[in-house]
Design a protein around this ligand. Structure first.
Ligand SMILES: O=C(O)c1ccccc1NCC(=O)[C@H](O)[C@H](O)COP(=O)(O)O
Length: 222
């Protein structure tokens, strides 16, 4: 079955339009100032307007304060908040209660131990996003274009709803899906021609690769 597909770190109308037309279920806007994908909330809101209802709008934040969330929620009007920092289960519950929006909680994975904290968020976060641990020296908690050992997700309880993330691209997405059977996938650097610059051609290639991976029999006959 085709997974949900989130394209993250969007900053241009052209890339948003292409991602949504190719079938992105989610589009993410990054509100972390050190990121090359950072976007002002008011511009994100304007870019999201034409695709509202066609794809879920995700506000990607890192240990956000309520003041930051107030501004992002007012201007972007997201369908979902992604928490990509060290937010505790209690903080996730508070954010859910204050903003009335579903939460995607991100975890950085390198080893099986990194999945242990997930249990405390089951029934609290609405969905998980499993990303690779940032390389040493990176200032970014996400968007580093690196992958982790996908077989680790075999340790997860069945029924945990998540997006697989971290260094996914047209060349590795088939293997990632074959190993994990992930219900959702998330791509960012893998569809960029330079940090923070999405390429519509690479977005096309990524969606083509997902389609091939999800319809192996059709693809091998043609
Ligand atoms: O993408 C960023 O720059 C970023 C910065 C700070 C927090 C999160 C960030 N990205 C979150 C995502 O959901 C990315 O899509 C995810 O980390 C995968 O990125 P990539 O490895 O580049 O595909």
């Amino acid at each position: 079955m085709k997974p949900d597909i989130k394209i993250c770190g969007l900053k241009s109308a052209e890339a948003i339009d292409r991602a949504v037309n190719r079938g992105a279920s989610h589009i993410g806007f990054i509100f972390f100032e050190k990121s090359p994908r950072y976007i002002e909330p008011d511009l994100a809101g304007k870019l999201a307007d034409p695709v509202r209802g066609k794809a879920k709008i995700v506000a990607v934040t890192v240990d956000p304060t309520n003041d930051e969330l107030d501004e992002i929620v007012a201007l972007l009007k997201p369908d979902m908040i992604q928490l990509h920092g060290n937010e505790s289960p209690e903080r996730v519950l508070t954010i859910k209660a204050v903003y009335g929006l579903p939460i995607m909680k991100a975890f950085s994975i390198r080893s099986a131990d990194d999945l242990k904290p997930v249990e405390a968020y089951i029934g609290i976060a609405d969905r998980f996003l499993f990303d690779a641990k940032p390389p040493k020296g990176s200032e970014l908690p996400g968007g580093n274009g690196v992958s982790f050992d996908w077989s680790l997700l075999g340790w997860l309880d069945d029924g945990v709803d998540y997006m697989l993330s971290g260094g996914l691209n047209k060349d590795n997405i088939a293997e990632a899906l074959a190993i994990t059977k992930a219900p959702g996938i998330d791509g960012s650097s893998g569809v960029e021609s330079a940090p923070g610059v999405k390429s519509v051609a690479m977005i096309d290639d990524f969606f083509d690769a997902v389609e091939r991976a999800c319809e192996p029999e059709t693809a091998s006959r043609s």
